[in-house]
Design a protein around this ligand. Structure first.
Ligand code: COA
Length: 158
C-alpha cells in the first residue's frame, strides 16, 4: 500500500511521503525515530518490540518514507475485538505537515479491511501534546482505566 500526499519540500525538491510495511532494514531508523520522538522507555526494549511485531501481524506495522528516509511510524494490531495503535511517531523535523494523518488513514483502512470496529490506544498522561492532537483529530477519551502486568521483563523498572 502506498500513499503520496501531502507534498513537502525537501532540499528544494518536492517529495511525497509514501507509506509501506516495515522491513528489517528500517530497524535502526525506526528506533532512532522513536528516540527522537521521546517514545522509548527503559522498561521497553525497542528492538525486542520490533522483533515481536515482525513475528505477529507484520502487515500492520507501517513506516512513512520521504526522500529515502524513514520519517514516521505506526504500529497497528487487531486482537479480534479492538484495533490498537502503538509507536505512532512523525520525526520532529517533519511534524506539522499532515503526515500523521496519512499514517492513521492507512492504518484505519487496514483495520477496517480486517473487520475491526474500533481503534484504541494508550497515551501517557503527561503527553499533553499528543492528547491535544488526538482530541483535535476526532478521538475521545474512553471512560476506562488502563491496567497492565508485565509478562516478560525487557529492562529495568519492568
Ligand atoms: C502525534 C504526532 C504523530 C502528530 O504528528 P504531526 O506531524 O505533529 O501532526 P500533523 O501535522 O499530521 O497534524 C494533523 C492535524 O492535527 C493537528 N495537530 C497536530 N498537532 C496538534 C496538537 N498538538 N494539538 C492540536 N492539534 C494538533 C494539525 O493542526 C492537523 O490538523 P488539520 O488536519 O486540521 O490541519 C507527532 O506530533 C509526534 O510524533 N509526536 C511525538 C510522539 C508521540 O507523542 N506520539 C503519540 C504517542 S501516544
Amino acid at each position: 500500500m502506498r500513499c503520496s500526499f501531502p507534498k513537502s519540500a525537501v532540499n528544494g525538491e518536492i517529495c511525497a511521503m509514501h507509506v509501506r510495511i516495515f522491513e528489517e532494514r528500517d530497524t535502526d531508523a525506526v528506533v532512532g525515530l522513536w528516540q527522537a520522538c521521546g517514545l522509548t522507555r527503559p522498561w521497553n526494549n525497542p528492538h525486542l518490540d520490533i522483533q515481536r511485531k515482525v513475528s505477529f501481524q507484520p502487515d500492520l506495522f507501517f513506516v512513512g518514507e520521504l526522500g529515502g528516509a524513514v520519517i514516521s511510524s505506526a504500529m497497528f494490531g487487531y486482537d479480534g475485538h479492538r484495533g490498537w495503535l502503538n509507536y505512532f511517531a512523525v520525526h520532529p523535523d517533519h511534524q506539522g505537515k499532515g503526515y500523521s494523518k496519512i499514517l492513521l488513514e492507512h492504518g484505519k483502512t487496514a483495520l477496517l479491511a480486517l473487520g475491526c470496529p474500533k481503534i484504541n490506544f494508550q497515551v501517557r498522561s503527561d503527553n499533553h501534546k499528543a492528547i491535544a492532537y488526538y482530541l483535535a483529530n476526532g478521538y475521545t477519551q474512553d471512560d476506562a482505566l488502563s491496567y497492565g502486568k508485565r509478562l516478560i521483563v525487557d529492562g529495568p523498572k519492568g
